[in-house]
Each structure stands twice: as C-alpha cells, then as structure tokens.
Design a protein around this ligand. Structure first.
Ligand SMILES: [Zn+2]
Length: 208
C-alpha cells in the first residue's frame, strides 16, 4: 500500500439504528493510493448495544466509481487489487460462478490471483457430498481455475458488480506505486468525507 495511516476514531453524530439510544462511533484506517484515491477500512460500533458493522470502501479521486468492472485473467492482471465492499458481487460467466460479498465477512481486499485461490477452496467443498455429475463439473471448474492461475490465458472474465459504487479493481501498476504526492487524496479522505461514508453505511443497515 502506498501510505499507511494510523487508526482513527470519530463520532458519526447519529443515533444507533438498532437500539435508538446509543451513538455511533467509527474506527477507521485510510490507505492512500496515488492516482487512484484511497481505501477505507472501517468498523462502526454503537456505544450502547452490540451493533457492529465492518467493511472496506474504495474511494476514487475522480468521483463515482463504476458499478461494474470486467477483468480478463491475463498474467498482467493477476496482481490487480480487488476492493470488495459488502454487498458487491463477483461473477465468472464462463464457469457459471456467482459469489456474494456479505456484510458478515466485512468486505475483502485481495488480488485477482488471491480471489481465484479463494474460489478454488470454496468450490472444493462441493466435492465432498455431491453426485457424480456435479463432481465432474466441480473437478473441471477447479482444473480451469488452477490452469488460469498458473498459466493465465485470458480465457476467464472476472466481473465485479457493486451498485453502491464502493468496490474497485485497482490495476497492479497503480496500487504498487510509491507515494510521491498524496495531497489530493488527503483532501479527498478528510474527516468530513469519511464521516459521510460511515453515515451512509449505517443508514443502509437501518433500511435492511
Ligand atoms: Zn445501539
């Protein structure tokens, strides 16, 4: 990561949507990425009840992030950073794979290669107690994924969808760059903006 900031705490200045008594506190850490923006790792807690929301949020310096990303499994893309905010979805249409990133996981930050490895592990579980026909399909999926990880041919499409626009695919050559001038990013992710992100996430929790 370009720059590691310290852990900060702010009051979200809003009532807890669950107990309606406590106030919401957010503990967060910002990682600034030159030429992109930043990643916010956050935990929102109520100072009265047990409410706890953990998430990761990508913020672009260019305004709204796209709702959809498509990346092919070529060698140069395997190191791309995937910021998977909760509520986002991964699809690999060639393999009929759909994966929901849930709030319980608190989002995830991984590389494209890391994601492929995670999916292999998840699919493996299906080998245990499934019928022959399913087993054959699962074995073929695992072998395709392993092949793309070891000898990437670009034959698979990784689609990332997030209607909240808090997820991102950050190209390898950008997120590994050294921080030279991060002034724009620091303004982008000042206390006021980060509080707004926290308030939005807490409000969504109320709606669910
Ligand atoms: Zn509460």
């Amino acid at each position: 990561m370009a720059q590691e900031d310290t852990i900060q705490t702010i009051n979200l200045e809003m009532r807890c949507p669950i107990c309606h008594i406590g106030e919401l506190i957010m503990i967060y850490k910002v990682s600034l990425i030159p030429y992109f923006g930043g990643i916010v790792l956050l935990t929102i807690k109520c100072n009265n009840c047990g409410l706890k929301i953990t998430d990761v949020v990508a913020v672009s310096e260019k305004g709204n992030l796209p709702e959809k990303y498509e990346v092919k499994t070529y060698t140069e893309n395997l190191g791309d950073l995937l910021v998977l905010s909760s509520g986002s979805k991964i699809e690999i249409p060639e393999l009929d794979i759909e994966l929901d990133i849930t709030g319980e996981q608190g989002g995830e930050i991984t590389t494209l290669e890391g994601l492929i490895m995670n999916i292999i592990d998840m699919v493996k579980i299906l080998l245990n107690d499934s019928e022959d026909k399913t087993r054959k399909k699962v074995i073929s999926i695992i072998s395709t994924l392993k092949h793309e990880k070891e000898k990437p041919s670009g034959s698979l499409t990784i689609i990332l969808k997030d209607e909240n626009r808090r997820s991102a695919v950050i190209p390898n050559d950008i997120w590994t760059k050294k921080a030279e001038d991060v002034r724009t990013q620091m303004m982008l992710l000042d206390e006021k903006s980060v509080r707004k992100i926290g308030q939005e996430i807490a409000k969504e929790k109320l709606e669910k």
